[in-house]
Design a protein around this ligand. Structure first.
Ligand code: SF4
Length: 168
C-alpha cells in the first residue's frame, strides 16, 4: 500500500483516525471537508494556479507544484498551525526527492491566518520519511482499531460520532 500525505498527517494527529481512514471507514462529511478545502485553494489561488501543476507520484497527490522551481505549494484552510500540516509537506518533499527531484522545497500557506511558512530541503527528510512510512504501516495493519485519544481535536474530527456516540 502507498502511504500518502493524508496518512502522514493523521499519523501526527491521531492513530485511531489513521487506522479508520486507511481501513476504508469514511464518514459522510469527510468529503465535505475535502471539498471546502479545495474550494479555498481554488478560489484564493486561482491566479497562481497557472504556474502550478497537479502532480501525482507514488500515490501521493500534490495539488500545486511549481516544476520550474521545484516548489510544493500547500494551502491549509485551518485557522491553526498544526505540526501535522508540516509533517505532510515534509513527506511530500521526501517522496519527490525519492523520485529524482533534487532538493525540493515547499511553501505552506494559511490564508485565514495570512501566514506562510517556507520549508527548505533537509537531508534528514529521507530517514524521517522512511520512519514515518514504517510507523504508519504498522498502525494501519493492526488488527484492532487503536483506542480513542480523547483530546480537544476530537470535537472537530469527522470521526467524532463514530468514536463517541454510545449505542443505546
Ligand atoms: S474523534 Fe478523536 S479519537 Fe476519534 S478518530 Fe477523531 S481524533 Fe481520533
Amino acid at each position: 500500500m502507498n502511504i500518502t500525505g493524508t496518512h502522514i498527517a493523521y499519523l501526527h494527529t491521531c492513530h485511531r483516525k489513521l487506522w479508520l481512514f486507511a481501513n476504508g471507514i469514511q464518514m459522510e462529511h469527510n468529503s465535505e471537508i475535502v471539498a471546502e478545502g479545495k474550494l479555498i485553494a481554488e478560489t484564493t489561488y486561482l491566479d497562481r494556479a497557472r504556474k502550478y501543476t497537479e502532480l501525482a507520484v507514488d500515490g501521493v497527490k500534490i495539488d500545486f507544484y511549481d516544476a520550474k522551481n521545484k516548489v510544493v505549494h500547500e494551502v491549509k484552510k485551518s485557522d491553526k498551525v498544526e505540526q501535522a500540516h508540516k509533517a505532510q509537506v515534509m513527506y511530500y518533499l521526501y517522496v519527490l526527492h525519492k523520485n529524482g527531484i533534487h532538493e525540493p522545497t515547499a511553501i505552506l500557506e494559511y490564508p485565514r491566518l495570512k501566514q506562510r511558512d517556507l520549508i527548505d530541503w533537509d537531508d534528514d527528510f529521507i530517514s524521517q520519511g522512511k520512519e514515518w512510512e514504517k510507523k504508519a504501516l504498522s498502525i494501519i495493519q493492526l488488527e484492532n482499531c487503536p483506542e480513542l485519544i480523547q483530546k480537544s481535536i476530537c470535537k472537530k474530527c469527522s470521526y467524532y460520532e463514530l468514536c463517541y456516540v454510545v449505542e443505546p
